[in-house]
Each structure stands twice: as C-alpha cells, then as structure tokens.
Design a protein around this ligand. Sequence first.
Ligand code: SF4
Ligand code: SF4
Length: 349
Amino acid sequence: MDNRVFLAQCDTYEQAESAVGRVLAAFGGAETILAGRKRVLVKPNLIMPKKPDAAATTHPAVVAAVCAAFVKAGADVSIIDSTGGPHNKAVLKMLYSRCGMEDAAKRSGVVLCYDTGSRTVETPDGRVIKKVTLLAPVLDAEMVVSVGKVKTHGMMSMTGCMKNLFGCIPGLGKPNLHRKYPDRKEFAGMLVDVCEYIKPGFAVLDGVWGMEGAGPTGGDPKHLRVIAGGFNPYALDLAQCHLMGLRRDSVYTIAEAASRGLAPDDPEKLMWLGDNPERFRTQFLPAIKHKNDAVPEILNNCVGCGDCKRICPQKCIAIEDKKAVVDGKNCIRCYCCHEFCPAKAISLG
Ligand code: SF4
Ligand code: SF4
C-alpha cells in the first residue's frame, strides 16, 4: 500500500502549473510515473456543463498543467469524461466548451476525446460487481490519470479522485447503477470495484477552490488553496476528508477501501509530504445538514424543466403544474436529482 500524499499550496489557478510540477516531482516526475506507458487518458471531473468558477468541475488550469507535464514526458494524452445524462458527441462538445476543456487542451497540446464507444468487461475480482460497462477510451488507455475535485456529495459525503472514476461509466449507466445498488455501503463497494479495475496510474486533486454545502453541483465555492497528488487514490480521499473536516464514518468509500487494505483508516497513518496539512485544514459544510436519509425537497424556484425526472433511477419524480413532485415512498436517496438540477431547486434538508 502506497500511503504517500503530497500537498502543494496553490493560492490561485495562475500557480497551478508550478503546484502540479511540485506534486509530480515528488513522485519522480511525469516520465517516472509513465514508466514507459504512452497512451494516457486524463479524467477530470466534468459532472455537468458548468463554468470553472462554479467549482463543480476540475479547473482547466489544473487539467492543462497535468496534461502538459505528461506530453512533455513523451505521452500521447487525451481528455475524456461523461456526465450522468446522455453520452454523445453533442453533449461532449457542450461539456468541454463550458468547462474550459477546449482551452485546456489547446494550451497543453492534447486531444479532447469524442469517442463515445463503450465495452462491457468482466471484473472477476470485484466484490460487488462482476461486470461493468466502461468508456472504450478508458479501456484502451495504457494509463488513466484521475484529476478530481474537492467537493461535498449528497450520497457519498464527498467526491475526490476515487469517485471521479464513476464518470468512466458512460452516461445513463450511472443512474442504472444507483438503482441496482441503493444501499450506500454497497454503492461504495461498487465504486471501489470500478476503481480497482481501472487502476489509475496517478491521481491529482484540485483543491484550490473546492465546493461545500449542496455538492457536488449546487454548493458554494470554498478556498482550500491546495493541489494534492499521489499514486493511491484512496489515500488521497482520506487526506481530502481530513482537510475538509468531514466525519470519516460518513464517507463509506474510505471505510470500504480501508477494509480491503487499500488505504489506512486514519489520516495519521498517511505519509504526508509537501506543505503542512494543518495549513489547509478547514471545515466544509456538509451536503446534508441534518440527517443523511432526507427525501429531496422541491423548492419554490423549480422551473419544471424535468431534468430531475429524466435522471431519477426510480422514476419517482413527476412534473405537476410545472413543478417537480417527489414520491418519497419509492425514493432510494441517491440524490441524482439534486446533482442534476440546473436551478438549485432541490434541498436535502
Ligand atoms: S431539475 Fe430542478 S428545476 Fe428542473 S424540474 Fe427538477 S427540481 Fe425543478
Ligand atoms: S427522487 Fe432523487 S433521490 Fe429519490 S430516487 Fe429519484 S433521483 Fe434518487
């Protein structure tokens, strides 16, 4: 188990290149990390088409810095992600454009991937899933780099470099997995299975600005001033949880990874490298304030767009009189609706 986590202070995104350079250098530099691999896929968190300053997506400056470092080391790099909605070229175009990825790709000389193909693979070592459908470019890459974002999350409490890989499941496959694994511990087990299958070659975490409160899309930006990285995405998750001041027992992925011997269960057992973690540690408001099984509540600013109805894996949302209405009896508390509401019109209590 590699317990190393490197923290580099990064006050503004103008400093991202230098901070990412410090992170990679601590692990021998991009060439050492590549270890002869050439086809690299960079996977940022592009959960929905939002501008970078909303802090819902990995900032293009961080993505560009990571891409440029691996290009310089001789890799062929491309960028890909998939939202929870339909996965096609038109959606990808809008996503890349809105999230600043066109600029990131141009600046770093890499390719934005528009291959929307996918394949189903067997995961014999999976403890929860025995097969999964993944984006074809993920399967074809020799190395995947997860470039996650520090954010709170309604169902999993937080999202970082490990959960970022859930985006390697194409489009509507994600709500289907929510329906199949409504139990949070089981869902966390499925996420670990997916991460173990992909086995990212490196992970970088954008915590310059994170998101607190109604994450992962509707919360508020919070200045954490750090870029972190390491080989072990689970160790990075544990470090992130510590920096955000979240309760470890609310982050099921951390417990699951620890139970499988993939990461420690206590931040004191991490090997902290780089800048002192206490410099960054702060209290993030959680996504759910009171109880973690709240039924989503539709607020008055609902515009009746129906996005929540389309994403709901349980089909328990209706639009009545141009407002969403939730059938609480069938709700599995996956909070996909909350994640994908463009109007921040869903409260989790
Ligand atoms: S996604 Fe949001 S705004 Fe659209 S119908 Fe649902 S609650 Fe209303
Ligand atoms: S109403 Fe929202 S939280 Fe409940 S099952 Fe549907 S998408 Fe998930």
